[in-house]
Design a protein around this ligand. Structure first.
Ligand SMILES: [Zn+2]
Length: 180
């Protein structure tokens, strides 16, 4: 498991995708959270880039994303996890995630016992998922159709990991580069 602070936006706000991408680059993060009243989802930089290409301008307008479990006092009680620090009881955490079929979790910021957290931490089940989120901004391939990363994992200079879904006019393997 891994724990990382990522930008959080409210579903009821309107955040420009360009501003969110800039924030991801500044904080060297590969994803962000969008919080609704009772649910929370994770969007990767690649999701933002793809949406921007499709003409969407606000982060909140992007559909889908990875569901994030919002751990409440009740969950903490029934699974024996620590709301203030989800990483403190890794075995109980894993069982809870397995039970709820989730790969990501945050503590419910409204829970009284989590107030000590100035910045809510996103906790991931695997270290690899944490690695995606520590990538700066987003990446894209120079093929057609264009792919966006992270998720799957790619870094600048790599051959596109989704080749041969994409191709280049000259027949060479498309390369991954940082998106602007
Ligand atoms: Zn590609």
């Amino acid at each position: 498991m891994d724990s990382i602070d990522v930008p959080i936006y409210l579903q009821s706000d309107r955040t420009r995708i360009d501003d969110a991408l800039q924030e991801l680059r500044r904080r060297k993060r590969g994803g962000l959270l969008v919080r609704g009243k009772d649910e929370c989802r994770l969007l990767f930089a690649g999701d933002l880039l793809r949406a921007r290409r499709d003409g969407i301008s606000a982060v909140q307008r992007i559909s889908g994303g990875q569901p994030v479990m919002v751990v409440t006092e009740e969950h903490a009680r029934s699974h024996g996890v620590d709301l203030r620090d989800l990483q403190r009881r890794p075995r109980e955490f894993e069982t809870m995630m397995e039970h709820h079929q989730r790969s990501y979790a945050i503590s419910d910021p409204r829970a009284p016992s989590s107030v000590s957290h100035a910045v809510p931490m996103l906790v991931t089940r695997s270290e690899e998922l944490g690695r995606f989120l520590r990538m700066t901004g987003g990446y894209e391939c120079n093929g057609d159709p264009k792919h966006f990363f992270p998720q799957p994992y790619a870094s600048a200079g790599d051959d596109c990991p989704l080749y041969p879904e994409c191709s280049r006019p000259d027949g060479s393997i498309p390369k991954v580069k940082a998106s602007i």
